[in-house]
Design a protein around this ligand. Structure first.
Ligand code: TYM
Length: 327
């Protein structure tokens, strides 16, 4: 729980549906590892979700789902704080205050904004533009130094550093410059074998879906496209299925060797990956079922998390408002 002495960690996840293997390997593994020896705070960012959907029921349901998933995967509310962003509306106020030192050109050139303009051309809303400023506020409000994320968040973290530097330069040193912390799989490719795994691209392998669905997702994975015949040697370095084997067993070199020498085919390797992933996540899947059966449990965790953070958020805003000449 929050103390003055341990290094502080913050990260956030959008309530965008069920957690997938990319979230887990790219970020959640570190969330869970860093709850020991750190003062860790994790957030379901429902304000951010409003930049891409206006379905209020979906946001509420997915927020609950994501929290349930994180708890099932091993996030321990006795060790780390888990809360819902909109339960600490101070984030929104700090985002506004920070935005006053952010040149529009900085946010306009953010890769995620450019991508959203392309992928949701009918809803290029203002909040999409200021998305990274709110993300900066999320981190800065608790003075977090370490931010476990996947590589797709690197540009946002770089911008966060620039934003706090700009504010500190104008109003006096106060905010910590946050650092991204990556796992050894910072970019997990999706079932298409090319793009990063992402719910919006529809190329995910789920963690908590039906077993049959997960098997189907894995069996649909694109492998080494140059391996056409069963007898062709495979190239595990480029094959996404082979790459994923590194994280779900300690004998991946043997599996890679079978591919290189064409002793095994892609179908065998995928079937084995499906078995291993399901075994790997079996405990979490069971725990999710148990937690789901406890009425009110998730809500209680989220409520308590937000309450724990109230004094810290209030203190940051007191200082910021004071330095900026408000109140
Ligand atoms: P989000 O919700 O898209 O993803 C949550 C976390 O999962 C990581 N991730 C991946 N890592 C590797 N390979 C993949 N295919 C993959 N897909 C997802 C993401 O990098 C992320 O760490 N903007 C953030 C949410 C956010 C936030 C914050 C993060 C809001 N405020 C403050 C850190 C600190 C996002 O949309 O993550």
């Amino acid at each position: 729980m929050t103390t003055e002495t341990l290094p502080r960690v913050f990260s956030g996840v959008q309530p965008s549906g069920l957690p997938h293997v990319g979230n887990y390997l790219g970020a959640f593994r570190n969330y869970i590892a860093m709850q020991d020896g750190h003062d860790a705070i994790y957030c379901i960012v429902d304000y951010h979700a409003l930049t891409s959907t206006h379905d209020s029921e979906l946001i509420r349901r997915n927020t609950h789902e994501m929290a349930l998933g994180l708890l099932a995967l091993g996030l321990d509310p006795e060790k780390a704080v888990l809360f819902r962003q909109s339960d600490r509306p101070e984030h929104a106020e700090l985002a506004y205050l920070l935005s006053t030192v952010v040149p529009v050109s900085w946010v306009e050139r953010t890769p995620s904004f450019k991508e959203k303009k392309r992928t949701q051309p009918d809803d290029v809303n203002h909040a999409l533009l200021t998305y990274p400023v709110l993300q900066t506020a999320d981190i800065a409000i608790y003075h977090a130094r370490y931010v476990p994320v996947g590589k797709d968040q690197a540009a946002h973290l770089e911008l966060a550093r620039e934003i706090v530097r700009a504010w500190n330069a104008r109003y006096g040193d106060y905010f910590v410059e946050p650092e991204a912390v990556f796992t050894d799989s910072p970019v997990v490719r999706g079932t298409d074998g090319v793009q990063k795994m992402s719910k919006s691209l529809g190329n995910v392998v789920e963690i908590f879906g039906d077993e049959a669905v997960i098997r189907k997702q894995i069996m649909s994975m694109v492998t080494d496209t140059q391996r056409v015949l069963r007898t062709d040697p495979g190239r595990p370095e480029v094959c996404n299925v082979c790459q994923l084997h590194r994280f779900f067993g300690d004998d991946y070199e043997l599996i890679w060797d079978g591919e290189r020498t064409a002793r095994t085919g892609c179908v065998d390797t995928k079937r084995l990956l499906a078995d291993r992933m399901l075994t790997f996540f079996a405990e979490a899947r069971e725990r999710r079922r148990e937690l789901e059966a406890k009425p009110g449990y998730v809500e209680e965790v989220l409520r308590a998390g937000a309450e724990t953070l109230a004094p810290m958020a209030a203190e940051t805003l007191r200082v910021v408002r004071d330095r900026m000449g408000l109140g």
